[in-house]
Design a protein around this ligand. Structure first.
Ligand SMILES: Cc1ncc(COP(=O)(O)O)c(C=O)c1O
Length: 389
């Protein structure tokens, strides 16, 4: 018999999984081309050509030891290349000892939380949030404490975070560009959060989850968390910027300004091993070390973002164009985002209710879908709007 805890969690399920199941049902009924599926955040652009070539070259190398275990934190040369890249980007001097190669950003988040948490420690999560944060915190005996972002700007408010801090607060997870809101945190906002955290009596670490850092639009740049935050751990992956989500490759970087940074780095390598990851995939560590300047064709995502925003607005709905990431977070005509998602499903539009991200009154649409899907959905959105007219 499986554990009661997991049994309960599986029964409550996630909205994304529910939409996935509904999608499979609708596609079987109407044909995949007649379903407008904006529910899944699965990057659909191919990795850059140069990365595909690097993969085939490195996959066929005959060198002995190529497929062996290595240091649990990853190949020293790969970590040194990443440390140099982060130093150049942020102006904060890092060396390879502060980098741990991880199994995606999800692996990095679990390693970071495992390294930091004692049972009952609290971790602040900002709603709307990537729902897996709650499971990852629970994995390591932590307790999530949810703080809402401002309902209009969808940005965190330092004062609201401060009010949620207790003697048990160990960390806060931030995510910019944000899934689902599409917002990028400004340097000023990061500085404000940093000042507030440094004024607390206990050390509170910031775990910055940054898989979308390279997917930014209208010429924007994501402010470097390493520059603006002190007690910082960065989780990154190449899932989105190189479209390699199935290859599970990322890193955890610990700021040299973070309290106990050396101990944290040693703890990360230890936890990478004891969580059962052992080390990040060997081939892909080598691939990304040769691909640090590469990224997917972000302009294609930007075009799709623009198309989707146009379709939504023409139907009469409100949505800010996301500054980064792969999602439009759209306001629903009233607070009942679940009913809105149901009405959309009747029109064969699949999206995820904001409640799935701890934030009602919104829905999330992923625009990592073919342009044709977006343009073909216009009539269906207009039909949904009619229901609310
Ligand atoms: C905000 C956020 N964090 C972490 C992850 C996990 O990333 P990875 O697949 O690199 O582990 C995702 C994946 O969609 C995400 O959206």
């Amino acid at each position: 018999m499986i554990s009661k805890k997991i049994s309960n969690k599986m029964a409550s399920g996630s909205w994304i999984r529910k939409m996935f199941e509904e999608g499979a049902r609708l596609k079987a009924l109407h044909g995949a081309e007649n379903v407008y599926d904006f529910s899944l955040g699965n990057p659909d652009l191919e990795p850059p050509e140069q990365v595909l070539e690097t993969i085939s070259r490195l996959a066929s190398t005959q060198e002995t030891g190529t497929h062996g275990y290595m240091n649990n934190a990853g190949y020293p040369a790969v970590r040194a290349a990443i440390a140099a890249d982060l130093t150049a980007r942020s102006g904060i001097e890092l060396n390879e000892n502060l980098i741990c190669m991880t199994v995606g950003a999800a692996g990095g988040l679990n390693v970071a939380l495992k390294s930091l948490l004692d049972p009952g420690d609290e971790v602040i999560v900002l709603a709307p949030y990537f729902v897996e944060y709650l499971s990852y915190i629970d994995n390591h005996g932590g307790v999530p404490v949810v703080v809402d972002c401002d309902r209009t700007s969808l940005l965190p408010v330092a004062e609201a975070i401060q009010q949620a801090i207790t003697d048990r607060t160990k960390a806060i997870i931030i995510n910019s560009p944000n899934n689902p809101s599409g917002k990028i945190y400004s340097a000023e906002l990061l500085q404000e959060i940093d000042r507030m955290l440094l004024a607390q009596k206990n050390t509170i670490y910031v775990i910055s989850d940054e898989p979308y850092i390279d997917l930014v639009y209208d010429g924007r740049k994501t402010p470097e968390s390493l520059k603006w935050l002190t007690n910082l751990l960065v989780c990154f992956s190449w899932s989105k910027s190189l479209s390699l989500p199935g290859e599970r490759i990322g890193f955890l970087a610990i700021s040299p300004r973070a309290e106990d940074h050396d101990e944290l780095a040693a703890a990360a390598a230890y936890c990478n091993r004891t969580l059962g990851f052992v080390n990040a995939p060997a081939l892909f560590q080598r691939v990304i070390a040769e691909s640090l300047g590469a990224k997917v064709d972000v302009a294609r995502y930007e075009r799709r973002r623009d198309l989707l925003i146009e379709v939504i607005r023409q139907a009469g709905f409100e949505a800010d164009a996301p500054e980064g990431g792969l999602y439009v977070f759209m306001k629903t005509p009233n607070d009942d985002d679940i009913r809105f998602a149901d009405i959309c499903a009747q029109e064969r539009i699949l999206l995820v209710p904001g409640r799935g991200f701890g934030f009602s009154g919104y829905v999330r649409l992923c625009f990592a879908v073919p342009e044709q899907t977006i343009t073909a959905s216009a009539q269906a959105f207009a039909n949904v709007a009619q229901v609310y007219a």
